[in-house]
Design a protein around this ligand. Structure first.
Ligand SMILES: C[S@@+](CC[C@H](N)C(=O)[O-])C[C@H]1O[C@@H](n2cnc3c(N)ncnc32)[C@H](O)[C@@H]1O
Length: 222
């Protein structure tokens, strides 16, 4: 190959968006210990009655990982993926701005998504147990999905988590676990999750337990 052309091709490749397919980068929002912990929660609750739910499943990155873990461990349960699939809702942003001292520019992410893209991601990864639900958790009655053995709530903001936790807890089977992501009071962006988690644990009369820096644990004993 002409050396000048080879140099030019290399320069184009290094600056193109396709570069990430040649030099893979870590894309999970969870660290490996956090992901291992979520897998352990699924393993520990596999014989508990009920399905699994991920509230705020986004583009399906964690959904794929956890479902591949379930496949490998032969854990067969229904798995609900619930999201607006269009990002944070305006009422939640308004709440953060009016009551929690945030600016609306903080919450513009996750809009580039669609339920059909999430479903296609599951199809391409040969995951068939997922039931995706397009809903705003402020308006969707989570108790209608039936009993749960494990739930991960990952919607970041105070208002939807405050509303969702009592509903998730109501349908959580005894022995089940709920994990609330972003329970980090030093995170000035997503600290609404931490506030909602701590208020809920106080209402239950339980001690808070936050692991790996941000995973709030709720266990239902009876
Ligand atoms: C951090 S992302 C989820 C990431 C995903 N769990 C993962 O690990 O790949 C947060 C998601 O919460 C969703 N979300 C935010 N507010 C919501 C609401 N009120 N109802 C439903 N989904 C919401 C957003 O659309 C976004 O996809």
């Amino acid at each position: 190959m002409n050396p000048k052309f080879a140099k030019l091709s290399k320069a184009i490749l290094f600056n193109s968006p396709f570069r990430k397919y040649i030099f893979p980068t870590y894309t999970s929002k969870f660290t490996p210990p956090q992901l291992c912990f979520l897998c352990k929660c699924i393993a520990d609750t596999q014989h508990i009655e009920g399905a699994i739910a991920e509230i705020g499943c986004g583009n399906g990155c964690t959904t794929v990982f956890l479902n591949k873990y379930m496949d490998a461990q032969k854990i067969d349960k229904a798995y609900y993926g619930i999201d607006t699939f269009s990002g944070i809702v305006s009422d939640d942003i308004r709440f953060e701005v009016t009551n929690r001292g945030k600016t609306k520019e903080l919450f513009t992410g996750f809009q580039a998504n669609k339920k059909k893209w999430f479903d296609e991601t599951m199809r391409r990864n040969k995951i068939t147990r997922i039931q995706s639900v397009e809903a705003d958790v402020n308006k969707f009655d989570l108790t209608t999905i039936g009993s749960l053995s494990f739930a991960l709530i990952d919607v970041g903001l105070y208002r939807p988590i405050k509303k969702a936790l009592p509903e998730l807890y109501k349908i959580l089977s005894p022995g089940g676990i709920i994990i609330v992501d972003d329970c980090d009071p030093t995170d000035t962006h997503w600290d609404g999750a931490d506030q909602a988690y701590k208020e809920f644990m106080k209402e239950l009369g339980l001690d808070t337990q936050i692991i790996y820096g941000k995973l709030g644990i709720i266990k239902k004993v009876t």
